[in-house]
Design a protein around this ligand. Structure first.
Ligand code: 8X3
Length: 255
């Protein structure tokens, strides 16, 4: 099995300061991949930058960016215009709230739509000229919440169904360019995801992952690395990855 990457081009990772994005940055860096890591939290990016450059002798560029600021995404792509990019890990996204539809705070819905849909689209669209030049690879992070509905998942799930539809559409619209598109739909992964969903309530967030062995960010990064290191004629269109103790978004075997 070969796990090699083009060491002359960069992987662009959004949401790289924590969770799946950060784990993917670490695993790609270990393969010698140069990275452009993007997130809102500059201090965290700076720490990761230092760690990865000194441990792996790669080049890391950091960029503090909120993907829901569409103008800032445009400026970002102008700023990296001279770099060769052959991977986009389109990972920035969040869940905010978990309430019945009727009582949901509309602002929480808007935040998810701005980041998971509008930001996600802008990042993907402006990456395409770079990826055309390198016959690159787009990995979109969706969720099992986009495959099946659950209580309070409403708009979050909708944004992730949207990601899955765009992944499929990109496969069609980019056919013939050599660009590969992969959609990864994780189930329960223990990251900051639930803390952010529950507005910082750590107890509520921890309860989500109690009583079973949940996935880690590294488990999903491992799947991403597998997909992006296949030979150029192999496109893994989608992966649905659950913990063994989870059968669907609502069905768990908990002790
Ligand atoms: C994360 C999966 O089911 O917690 O996207 O929403 S779930």
């Amino acid at each position: 099995m070969h796990f090699s990457v083009n060491q002359n081009a960069f992987a662009l990772i959004t949401g790289a300061s924590s969770g799946i994005g950060q784990a993917t940055a670490r695993q790609l860096a270990a393969l010698g991949k140069n990275l452009i890591i993007v997130a809102r939290r500059q201090e965290r990016l700076a720490a990761l930058h230092q760690e990865l450059e000194s441990e792996h002798g790669i080049t890391v560029k950091t960029y503090s960016l909120d993907v829901s600021d569409l103008k800032a995404v445009e400026t970002f792509y102008q700023d990296i215009a001279n770099l060769k990019v052959d991977m986009l890990i389109n990972n920035a996204g969040l869940s905010r709230g978990k309430e019945p539809f009727e009582h949901y705070d509309f602002k929480d819905w808007e935040e998810m739509i701005d980041i998971n849909i509008k930001g996600f689209l802008k990042v993907a669209q402006l990456a395409i000229p770079f990826l055309k030049e390198t016959a690159g690879h787009i990995v979109n992070l969706s969720s099992t919440a986009g495959l099946e509905a659950y209580e309070g998942g409403n708009v979050y799930g909708g944004t992730k169904s949207f990601v899955q539809m765009i992944s499929k559409s990109l496969r069609i619209d980019l056919l013939g360019t050599g660009i590969r598109v992969t959609d990864i739909a994780p189930g329960a992964v223990n990251t900051e995801f639930s803390t952010i969903r529950f507005h910082g309530n750590k107890d509520k967030a921890d309860a989500v992952y109690q009583g079973f062995t949940e996935l880690t960010a590294d488990d999903i990064a491992d799947n991403i690395v597998y997909c992006v290191t296949r030979p150029p004629h192999v496109n893994i269109e989608s992966l649905v990855v659950y913990p063994t103790a989870q059968a669907s978004p609502r069905i768990f075997s908990k002790k």
